[in-house]
Design a protein around this ligand. Structure first.
Ligand code: GRF
Length: 198
C-alpha cells in the first residue's frame, strides 16, 4: 500500500479535496494508495475536525511547544518526522502547511514531498501572493504544485492552474477563484504521482 500523509496548518480545504477525490476515485483499490494521516502544526487548525469528519486519523505536532529548545526549528522538524514516519509514507503532501522546513527534513523526504503554492511560480514566492499579483497588474493568476526543495517555493513544477484576474477582483475574490482550481489540480497531481514510481 502506498501511504499518503497530509500536513496542514489551517482550513484544510485542499486536504479535503484530496481525501474526497481518493474516495470517489477509489484510490485504495485502483492505485493501491491510502491516506493514513493528517498532521497539523497548529492545534486549532480547522482542518483537523474536517479530516476527522472524513474518517482520517489526525495528529498535532505543535511548533509552539519547541520554542524553548536551543534549536527550535530542528527540534520541531525531528518530532514531525517521527510522527510522519510512523506511517511509512510513499508521499508527503503539504496542503496549506505554513512552516519553513529545515534542510534535514527536506532531504529526508527527497522525492516524496510536494507542496501547493497560490501563485504561478516562479512569480510571487512567499506570502500575500494574491495582493501582490493585483498590485503588479497581472492579468492572470493561479496556483502551482511543485516538489519541495531547500529553497522556499522552488522545486520542479508538476502542474499549474491559471485563472483570469478580473477588474473587480479583490485579494479575497481572486483567492477564492484560485482555490477552486487548486481543489481540482492537487488531487490530480497526487493521483498522477501514485501511478508513477516516485
Ligand atoms: C492554499 O491557497 C494553498 O495554495 C496555500 O495555502 C492555502 C491553503 O488552503 N499553500 P487550505 O488549508 O487547503 O484550505
Amino acid at each position: 500500500m502506498k501511504n499518503i500523509v497530509i500536513l496542514i496548518s489551517g482550513s484544510g480545504s485542499n486536504m479535503a479535496a484530496i481525501v474526497q477525490t481518493a474516495k470517489a476515485e477509489q484510490w485504495a483499490k485502483r492505485l493501491g494508495a491510502h491516506i493514513c494521516a493528517v498532521i497539523s502544526n497548529r492545534p486549532d487548525a480547522a482542518g483537523l475536525a474536517l479530516a476527522q469528519s472524513l474518517g482520517i486519523a489526525t495528529s498535532v505536532v505543535d511548533h509552539a511547544a519547541f520554542a524553548a529548545e536551543p534549536q527550535p526549528r530542528e527540534a520541531f522538524d525531528a518530532a514531525l518526522m517521527a510522527t510522519i514516519d510512523r506511517h511509512q509514507p510513499h508521499l508527503v503532501v503539504l496542503a496549506g502547511f505554513m512552516r519553513i522546513l529545515t534542510p534535514g527534513f527536506v532531504a529526508h523526504y527527497n522525492g516524496r514531498l510536494i507542496n501547493i503554492h497560490p501563485s504561478l511560480l516562479p512569480a510571487f514566492t512567499g506570502l500575500r501572493t494574491h495582493e501582490r499579483a493585483l498590485e503588479a497588474g497581472c492579468k492572470f493568476a493561479g496556483a502551482t504544485v511543485h516538489r519541495v526543495t531547500q529553497v522556499l517555493d522552488h522545486g520542479e513544477i508538476l502542474a499549474q492552474a491559471v485563472v483570469p484576474v478580473l477588474a473587480s477582483d479583490t485579494a479575497d475574490s481572486l483567492a477564492e477563484r484560485v482555490l477552486a482550481q487548486e481543489h481540482v489540480m492537487y488531487p490530480r497531481v497526487v493521483a498522477q504521482l501514485l501511478r508513477q514510481t516516485i
